[in-house]
Design a protein around this ligand. Sequence first.
Ligand SMILES: Nc1ncnc2c1ncn2[C@@H]1O[C@H](COP(=O)(O)OP(=O)(O)OP(=O)(O)O)[C@@H](O)[C@H]1O
Length: 238
Amino acid sequence: MFSRSFASALRSTSVLRNKAVTRGFANQARRSAASTKSLYGYAAALAVAGSATFAALSMDKKNNAQNVIYSDSQVPIHGKPGTVQERTFIAVKPDGVQRGLVSEVISRFERRGYKLVGLKLLVPPTDLVKQHYADLSSKPFFNGLVDYMTNGKAPVVGMVWEGPDVIKQGRAMVGATNPLSANPGTIRGDFCLSVGRNIVHGSDSAESAQTEIGLWFGGKGEVVDWSFGNEEWVISAN
Ligand SMILES: Nc1ncnc2c1ncn2[C@@H]1O[C@H](COP(=O)(O)OP(=O)(O)OP(=O)(O)O)[C@@H](O)[C@H]1O
């Protein structure tokens, strides 16, 4: 289902008029989605569709409107803080996955206009989580936090999101660490009650984003550069 809608989205994108190219990528997307039959099929299809869009945009260099802030294809995996290609690391933690809130989190970032450039599902290794939460290593809850993130009762969904001011806006969308202090309208303010089960993580600074994206998405090709077909309608200035 997702692959079919991506195929039609790809075909309707003006820069993708080459049907043979589009069909090839659409078929790959269909195979990916069929092999996983889930939201993560959607993720695979999205990654393939993203690559297709990026490849096609590279072929078509007709961007001539002066007031459009187009993305630059030469982006380090941690993005370019302060630009439209700023990137942040957002994770749905095991309680969020267990409670079926992955799509809710993705949807909020997508609807806001942010672009998903990295996505993976994993039970993270202990070392990774210890590094991720290194600044909390002296806290009494540290061992419990590491165990909760790594014990495999549910996986973590790690994501890299891109767009203007995404680090600060992402934190605002996530809400205060303690859900009882989180504003309604934020993810934590809408969906949870306990600081130990606060559903999501979001990088709190450009430095954290760089470190965390490198930790969770350090492998080659794990973050995908691609351009929205409707970029002009989401991030342009007049
Ligand atoms: N007092 C506490 N008791 C139990 N767990 C806690 C406590 N304080 C923080 N945590 C856990 O440690 C995580 C990291 O805490 P931190 O102070 O870095 O907050 P945060 O930056 O809002 O959270 P995150 O890093 O997960 O986005 C929290 O999200 C929460 O899961």
